[in-house]
Design a binder for this molecule. Structure first.
Ligand code: NAP
Length: 311
């Protein structure tokens, strides 16, 4: 039986692992389908303290993993099929195998939100993508007009990155100002290869009949005017949804699926803790996720000491 199982391997998961490992609890980290989480798809992380020149997202996550493993973290590239928190110890089914755990830290993060426009699903990986750093350099996008949808830091980051490859990068945003942090917004709007299209929504992605992206239909939300924009790539960066489907009906969440911590980082189930983007719709930073991971580990350690007397 495991004393601590950590579900997820982003900044929250690895930090929870580091702290519980140093508390001699030999945590088991179940990495999920995307080891390292969303940060591994970011190019340069400029706002994680301690890296004045910035650090590659994948490298940062690899370093966190190594640091956690150095103190006795066990890593399994498993995907959790189901959880049962009604039993003690808790039962998890991981790739068909049973895992028993005295405590669980949920750090499952978040996934890219989908637009829901016609053509989006059909043309995914055929010109529609959610990750410029993963796909931006593909030959199909080189020297072609591209469009980024969204007005947050992600959209700005993607648009700036894509200027290396595309002939022009349209930034379609539904309002007339960016939500992004000031430094990101200023850099984006100062880039001569980025053309913002304000107050507009992409209403359809074309062309499903040709099985590739040829353009997007755009509607101005103020005037109602409709336009066609010829592009070879559609990069959707409109935020995230928490990866909490696994816990539906088993743990308290808000109406958007974010897990609600009840006492410190402990959920409504004593012995189940939560950290990072699956519980945070406000800050959503690597450093805040890491901080929450640390807090969840300390809460977990104290819970084990107080309730199970096995530490
Ligand atoms: P976000 O801040 O939630 O921004 C999402 C953007 O998408 C908003 O501009 C929103 O419009 C728009 N949007 C949402 N739903 C939409 C829809 N259905 N159709 C059209 N547009 C839609 O998400 P994010 O940019 O992914 O950032 C998430 C967090 O990560 C933030 O805290 C951000 O600071 C952080 N982050 C930081 C960096 C960095 O510092 N380098 C990089 C990436 C992300 P409205 O503005 O109208 O709501």
């Amino acid at each position: 039986m495991e004393k601590v199982v950590i579900i997820g391997s982003g900044p929250a998961g690895w930090t929870a692992a580091l702290y519980t490992a140093r508390a001699q609890l030999a945590p088991l980290v179940l990495t999920g389908k995307q080891p390292g989480g969303l940060l591994t798809t970011t190019s340069i992380v400029e706002n994680f303290p301690g890296f004045p020149e910035g650090v590659d997202g994948y490298e940062l996550m690899t370093r966190m993993q190594k640091q956690a493993e150095r103190f006795g973290t066990k890593t399994s590239f498993g995907v959790v099929d189901s959880v049962d928190f009604s039993l003690r110890p808790f039962q998890l089914i991981v790739d068909g195998e049973k895992v028993a755990a005295e405590t669980v830290i949920i750090a499952t993060g978040a996934s890219h939100k989908h637009l829901g426009a016609p053509g989006e699903h059909e043309l995914e990986t055929k010109g529609v993508t959610y990750c410029a750093t993963c796909d931006g350099a593909l030959p199909v996008f080189r020297n072609q007009p591209l469009v980024v949808i969204g007005g947050g830091d992600s959209a700005c980051e993607e648009a700036q990155y894509l200027t290396r490859f595309g002939s022009i990068v349209y930034l379609v945003h539904r309002r007339d100002s960016l939500r992004a942090s000031r430094i990101m917004a200023e850099r984006t709007l100062a880039n001569p290869k980025i053309k913002p299209i304000w107050d507009s929504a992409v209403t359809e992605i074309l062309d499903v009949t040709q099985d590739k992206v040829t353009g997007v239909k755009i509607k101005n939300l103020k005037t109602g005017a409709e336009n066609f924009l010829s592009v070879a790539g559609v990069f959707i960066a409109i935020g995230h949804v928490p990866n909490t489907d696994l816990f539906k009906g088993k743990i308290d969440t808000d109406e958007n699926g974010f897990i609600i911590p009840r006492e410190g980082t402990m959920t409504n189930i004593p012995g189940v803790f939560v950290a990072g983007d699956c519980a945070d719709h406000v800050y959503r930073q690597a450093i805040t996720a890491a901080g929450a991971g640390c807090a969840s580990a300390i809460d977990c350690e104290r819970f084990l000491a107080a309730h199970l007397l096995q530490v």
